[in-house]
Ligand binder design. Structure first.
Ligand SMILES: [Zn+2]
Length: 528
């Protein structure tokens, strides 16, 4: 594989190698425009022109056979009046009416789709495009776009009739494998080997709580067998992960693997023992984060020898790490609250209330009274309030009394049913071999300047290098994790008895795994 990195000889060769399994190549010494211009026919590019320049590193996206696109209503833009809109919460006739499409023309559209598509249940993000003859306002073309691979189109025939059909978007799913080193900025890490947006989400879904990309450390290695979806040979998204491995930089730590498994009654991502978290259960609020301090109602202050209860469980994670609702419920508090700092409280249907304290900031668009779903984003790890460093103080209460949140059995695992074990073992063996066959990625260049997008609070001494506070939206599919990390002693020697550090929201220095100071954690009673 290294030979191919050497440069530009025969992109055609590359294309044919792509027919094999390994299909993502970082290619050095190429001019940036090549990165996007490369197509199977790209052997026509002049390789010599790149010799003089030595850009840091350029990447090739997967080589895909781009097909000619079908006719689209927007193609009429030059000659017709083209109106576009989102459905939002409107009916189709309501939406078209608001866009001043004449009623008789709306009727023509609806009639054309008789037996082709029903517009009964529009989704907010569904879109429409309509092309009208200028002056007469007669509809010449209409499209209803559910997603990049689901588009319905009506087009005026020579006889002036509207004919409707679902467009064949030439959707293709293709399995391929790739590997990359985790750098300071996670998104850049995978972009470097040509992987594309949406990857974080599928990786987190695949780990299903075992860990998350947020917990990946700089220098770690990710290997994945992925299924990508294309339409007319253009990338649409990652459909799923078939198998995945994360290898931490510390060789004494075990590599984690995940697999997609479909059998009778099981259709989910599982770990290397075939287990998966119960869908109905409680999930960890910070996937992959270690417990750094346990619930301890009788905690003694090591210096003052007084009882300083620790009414929650601390998860160590860098500032900016996403925090998710542990279970569905209703938000009963969002805002600063004394020593808790920025706090979210959620009331759950089973009489349990959970609290998420010291957040650097809250998730956009949530407010008190909102329903919230299991694993929905509530905010980001921080160090606000009385806290000695970034971590999540996670509390649980029943009947007004704090109890140990770990009693909720966060991410409790379901075993693979015995009837499926042989099938899983066979599939696992196949994918394990495939994972092992993936060539190691090129190591990151040591002299690479730090990426400017690396988040201030994201990486540093602590080691969880993915400085990814800024890319939370992509991480929304992240899963919970079992609090499998080492439980650090409460009795951190750093018993800073002062009022605690009031960290700037979002700007705190990450100190992952930092045993929280004593007074810093004491949230006795004040969450109320
Ligand atoms: Zn705490």
């Amino acid at each position: 594989m290294t030979a191919i990195f050497g440069g530009l000889f025969g992109l055609a060769t590359v294309a044919s190698v792509f027919a094999l399994l390994i299909q993502v190549f970082p290619v050095k010494n190429q001019r940036p425009q090549l990165a996007s211009a490369v197509a199977p026919s790209a052997s026509a590019e002049e390789p010599n022109s790149t010799e003089a320049e030595r850009p840091k590193r350029n990447v090739l996206k997967r080589v895909r056979q781009e097909l000619p696109q079908p006719w689209r209503v927007e193609d009429l833009k030059a000659t017709h009046q083209v109106v576009k809109g989102d459905m939002l919460r409107r009916s189709l006739s309501g939406a078209l009416d608001e866009e001043h499409v004449p009623k008789d023309q709306v009727y023509r559209i609806l009639k054309a789709f008789d037996g082709v598509f029903k517009f009964d249940h529009p989704k907010k993000k569904d879109r429409f495009v309509v092309a009208l003859e200028r002056g007469s306002k007669k509809v010449i073309g209409f499209e209803y776009i559910v997603g990049p691979t689901e588009i319905y189109q009506a087009k005026s025939t020579d006889a002036g009739l509207l004919e409707a059909k679902r467009l064949d978007m030439q959707v293709k799913d293709e399995e391929f494998s790739s590997a990359f080193y985790v750098g300071k900025n996670f998104t850049k890490s995978y972009e470097l080997v040509g992987l594309e947006p949406g990857l974080t989400k599928v990786l987190n879904e695949a780990f299903n709580g075992q860990t998350s990309t947020e917990a990946f450390q700089e220098g770690g290695i990710v290997k994945a067998i992925l299924v990508e979806r294309t339409s007319f040979g253009r990338f649409v998204g990652y459909d799923r992960v078939k198998a995945l491995e994360y290898r931490p930089p510390d060789p004494s730590k075990p590599a984690l693997r995940a697999y997609w498994f479909e059998g009778d009654g099981v259709k989910t991502y599982v770990d290397d023992k075939g287990r998966h978290p119960s869908n109905a259960g409680w999930r960890s609020p910070v996937p992959g984060a270690p417990v750094t301090s346990n619930f301890n109602p009788k905690r003694l202050h090591p210096v003052l020898h007084t009882v300083m209860p620790h009414n929650g469980t601390d998860f160590g994670a860098p500032s900016g790490t996403p925090v998710y609702a542990s279970f569905r419920g209703k938000i009963t508090w969002i805002g600063p609250q004394g020593p808790s700092g920025n706090l979210v409280l959620i009331e759950h249907p089973n009489g349990v209330q959970t609290g998420y304290a010291h957040l650097s900031r809250f998730a956009d668009g949530i407010k008190i009274g909102d329903p919230i779903g299991t694993r929905q984003l509530v905010g980001y790890v921080g160090s606000t309030g009385r806290s000695t460093g970034p971590h999540l103080h996670f509390s649980a209460k029943r009947d007004g009394k704090f109890f140990d949140a770990l009693e909720l059995k966060l991410d409790s695992l379901q075993p693979m049913p015995s009837s499926e074990r042989d099938a899983f073992a066979e599939q696992k063996a196949r994918y394990d071999a495939a994972l092992e066959a993936i060539a190691m990625p090129e190591p990151p260049e040591p002299d690479a300047p730090p990426s400017e997008e690396s988040h201030a609070g994201g990486s540093g001494s602590g080691g969880s290098g993915a400085g990814n506070a800024g890319k939370a939206p992509e991480a929304e599919g992240a899963d919970g994790a079992k609090g499998e990390g080492p439980s650090k002693s409460d009795e951190a020697s750093d018993a800073n008895a002062s009022a605690g550090t009031k960290a700037k929201p979002d700007g705190a220095k990450p100190e992952k795994g930092d045993g929280p100071g004593l007074l810093g954690e004491d949230l006795s009673g004040e969450i109320e």
